[in-house]
Design a protein around this ligand. Sequence first.
Ligand code: 3H9
Length: 706
Amino acid sequence: MARTVSFEELAAVGLICIDNPPVNAISHSVRRELVDAIARAQNNPGIKVLLLTSHAGPFSAGADITEFDRPQGEPSFEQLNRAVESSPTPVVAAIGGAALGGGLELAIACHYRLVHKGAKLGTPEITLGIIPGAGGTQRLPRLMGARAALNMILSGTPIAAPEAKANGLVDEVVEDDLRAAALSFCERLLRQGLGPRPTSNRIVADGLKEADIASALLAHARSLKGRSTQNLAIEAIQASRLPCSEGLAIEATLAEKSLASGESLALRHVFFAERESGKLNAASSLNAQPAQPPAIRRVAVIGAGTMGTGIAIALADAGLEVMLHDNDPASLVRSRESRNSTYASSVRRGRITESVADECLRRIANAPTLGELADADLAIEAVFEDVELKKDVLSKLDSVVAPRCLIATNTSTLSVTQLARATAHPGRVLGLHFFVPAHTSRLLEIVRTVHTSRESLATAFRVAKLLRKVAVVSRDAFGFIGNRMMLDGYFREAEQLLLEGATPTGVDTALENFGFAMGPQRVSDLGGNDVGTRARLELFRRETRPDPYCVIADRLTTMGRLGQKTGRGFYCYENGGREAGSDPDVIRLIEQLAVDRGIRRREIHDREIVERCLLALINVGAMVLEEGTAARAADIDVVWTSAYGFPRHFGGPMFYADTLGLPHVFERIRHYHDQLGDYWRPATLIERLASASSSFARWDRNAAPR
Ligand code: 3H9
C-alpha cells in the first residue's frame, strides 16, 4: 500500500510530511504512519526538532470522513495528538493551504505553528453534525480563549492567517516560502534552546458565560436553526476549564454522541452527495471515458436583465471575461448600474476590497452586437422566457460563435430539446439553470437533452466548478428536477391544504418550524406569483393536471397580486418592505375557491401540513427518479438542500424518506391517495422499494450509471 506520510532527516530537523492526496485527510494509515515517524525521530538522538507539514495541497482537511462509519482503530486521534504533544523533541507545524477539523487539531497539538499567509484554519465539523473530537474543544480555548473558540466552532467557517495570528492560534505568518521559513524557525528554536510547549499545560484565559453562549447562538442562529450539535459543542468547550485530560475525556464522549446522531448522518450524506453529483460518470451513460473539456476564458451572456446580470457577475467573480449583449441599450445601462451597486454593497459589507470589485467590474464589457461574441468559449442565453425569442437567439448564436463554443440556455420552464433544435448543432446545446440571485446561489442544474454531447456536459461541469457551484444533471423534462418537484409536489399540496382550511401563515410557519428556510407561500411571493403562473401555463401546454392545481396563486396573479414586488400576494407587504402580513382578502379568496370546488374547510394540524407537503415532495421525487429526470436520489437531495431551502440536517427529501422508512412512506401516501384522490397515486418506485424493505440509498448504490 502506498505510504501516506514521509520522513526525512535534514540535519537536526526531522521533516514529517503528510502525503495523502487529494486533501491530506487524516486517515487511519496517516495516523499510524505519523505516530511511527514520531517514534522513529525519538529513537534518533541526532534529531532535535520535528517539522510537521504536508507534501502538497492543504496541510490537512481533517479526519477522513469516509472512515466515520467504522471504528476509529488505533492509533486514535487522541493517541496521535498525545504522541505529538508529549514528544520530548519540539514539534513545529508548518501550515500551507487549509488546516481544517482534525488537521487543525493536529496542528494545535504541536508545540509551535507557522502558517502561510494564504492558509485558512477552521473547524468545519459543525457542518457535518459533529463536534471537533480530536482535542479541538479543549486546546482551541487554551490558545485563543473560550469565547473565540466557541465562535469558531459554531460558525464552521475557516479564518485567514492574519486573524489566526491575532488571536494566538499561530506563532508566525509566512509571506513566501513556507518550507524555508519553517526550517529557519526550527534553527532558531535550537539556537535559543526552546523545547516543547504543550498546549494542554495552558489554562483557559476566559470562561464561557451565559451571555457569551447566548450571543454566539444568536450570531449563528440561521445556520443552526433546528440543529442540536451546537449544544454538545458548548458542553465540551465548557469542560475546557477542567484539567485537559478530563476535558478530553468529556469531549470524546460528546464527540461520539454527535457522530452517532441522525443530524450527522444526514449532513455527511449531503457532503458526499454534493461531490458525487458534480462528476461526469455519475451523470451520464453517453460514454465510459471522461472527455477533456476545452478551457473557458471568455463567456458571452445574452440578455442583460436580472438573470443575465447576475450570471455575468457570477462569471466575473470567477475571473472570467464576460461580454454582455442585449438588443435594448437601456437594459445594458440598467445592468451596469445594478452591477455597480452589487459590487459597492459587497465592498461596504467587507466581503471584497475595492480593487477586487473594480477588477470584477472591468471583466464585464457590454457587447452591442452579436458579432462581437464570436470568440466566446461559452455563450449563455438569458433572455425573456419566450420560446420563439429564445429559439431566435440560439440560432443566431449558433451561426456566430466558433464550433468549440458551448451554447447554454438559462430557461427554467421551456423544453431545452426544442430550443436546441433551433440550432444546427444541438450536441453543443444544454441548459444551465441558474437560481436567483445567480451570483450567490449555490446550485447549477445542468440540463441535458438526448442530443447533448459528452464534451458539452464535461464543459458544463467545468463551468460549475469554476463558479464554485454545486452541479446536478437533469434530463430535459418539465421543470427539470427542482421546479417539477416544487410545482407538482410541494406547492400543489400547500395550496390544497389552504383550500381545506389552513392559512398561508399556518402552512408557512409549520414548514419553517420543520426547518425550511421559507414556507411555500412566502417563496411564491418572493419569486413572483406570475413566474409560477407562467411556468404552469407551459406545463399545461405539454401535460394535463386535474383541478385544483395552484389555483390560488394563479388567481392572485390575475388580480395583480404578484407578491413582494407589487406589495401584495399571499400576504401584504407594507411600505415596500419584506415583512409578510396576513391579509383577510386572501383568506376570503381561498374560502371562495374552496366553496367553488365543494371543499369543506376544517382546522388542520401542523403535523398534517408538514407530513403532506413532505410526502408529496417525496412522491414526485420518486417519479422524477423513475422517469430518469434525476439520475440518483442523492442528486435530488442536493437540489433541494442547495436551492430550495430544505433543511440540510434532514439530508434532503429522499434521504428523509429513507429515515422515515419507505414502507411507512408508502403506507402514508396510500392513505392520502384513498382520502384525497388520484393525484396522490404512489410512485411505482416507492411501492417497489417499500415492498422489498429497501431504500433510495440502496437504489442509488445498485443502479448502474444512467
Ligand atoms: C474531522 O476532522 C473530525 C475531527 O474533529 C475528529 C475526529 C475524531 N475526508 O471538496 P472537494 C474529498 S471532520 C475524506 O471536491 P475542494 C472529497 O470527498 C472533517 N475525503 O475539493 C473529494 O473526493 P472525490 C473536517 C475528503 O478543493 C476530494 O476530497 N473537515 C475530505 O473543492 C476533493 O474535495 C472538513 O469538513 C475529508 N475530510 O475543497 C473539510 N475532504 O474527489 C471537508 C475532502 O472522490 N472538506 N474530501 O469526490 C472540504 O471542505 C473541502 O474538501 C476542501 C477542498 C476545502 C478541503
